[in-house]
Design a protein around this ligand. Structure first.
Ligand code: PEP
Length: 250
């Protein structure tokens, strides 16, 4: 089970360090079986890395460039993220697909560069409300997985996050059977690409308004191997309560 927090563009130094320290001490406190990841904004990566010292919490970034280095003003390379101590990078989040016109082809290239730099990737997919209402959810999500998945994808370096765009930050979530349907389809597409064994091992996270109150139901579903959490990852108590409700404490 993976519990990953996407802090998005939130937090100044003091907030980020406090949040990271609270999560680190909560994770250290008990024997927890989840894999924890926190993905702060670029500006906080070094500080958060330091604040997490000694805790089993991996550091992730929220995006990277395709190139290792060069004339790309304002961008950050995967090699730079690795150098800062990142283990993961989120790619293809719907906010980047919408705000920065990122295509699945670009996400795929970024993922290959990230893997070359030694990072693991969390690749986001998900339909808009209009696509769901038009009955296109399965087609849209399948296409995004097929086109975003890097050629070197394997369970050890790639995680898929299904995040319906209309569920992000809205408090709305798909029903349990809607989540199961998409996750089963993602697994099927992965199986066709990677074979059944490798696809069976690849983590598929659910993301979109995950809270302590719905975590138990969401994370018990078939083919749901964890959660990518936005808003609720900004409060350590909520983030840890989601992990607890997902059965991560022992
Ligand atoms: C996200 O943006 O990755 C996300 C899941 O956000 P929220 O949990 O706030 O819906």
């Amino acid at each position: 089970m993976m519990i990953a927090g996407n802090w998005k563009m939130n937090g100044l130094s003091a907030d980020g360090v406090n949040l990271a320290k609270e999560i680190a001490s909560a994770v250290k406190e008990t024997k927890r079986t989840c894999e924890f990841v926190v993905c702060p904004p670029f500006t906080l990566l070094s500080l958060v890395k330091k604040a997490l010292r000694g805790a089993k919490v991996a550091l992730g970034a929220q995006d990277c460039h395709t190139a290792e280095k060069g004339a790309h003003t304002g961008d950050i390379s995967p090699v730079m993220l690795k150098d800062l101590g990142c283990e993961y990078v989120i790619l293809g989040h719907s906010e980047r697909r919408a705000d920065h016109h990122e295509t699945s082809a670009l996400v795929k290239t970024k993922a290959e560069s990230a893997h070359n730099a030694g990072l693991k990737t969390i690749i986001c997919i998900g339909e808009t409300l209009a696509q769901r209402e038009a009955g296109k959810t399965i087609d849209v999500c399948s296409k995004q997985v097929r086109e975003s998945l890097p050629n070197d994808a394997k369970a050890g370096n790639t995680v898929i996050a299904y995040e319906p765009v209309w569920a992000i930050g809205t408090g709305k979530t798909p029903t349990a059977s809607e989540v199961e349907e998409v996750h089963a389809q993602v697994r099927k597409v992965l199986s066709a690409k990677l074979g059944k064994t490798e696809a069976g091992k690849m983590r598929i996270l659910y993301g979109g308004s995950v809270k302590p109150s719905n975590a138990k139901e969401m994370l018990a579903l078939e083919d749901v191997d964890g959660a990518l959490i936005g808003g609720a990852s900004l409060k350590s108590a909520d983030f840890m309560a989601i992990a607890d409700n997902a059965g991560c404490r022992c």
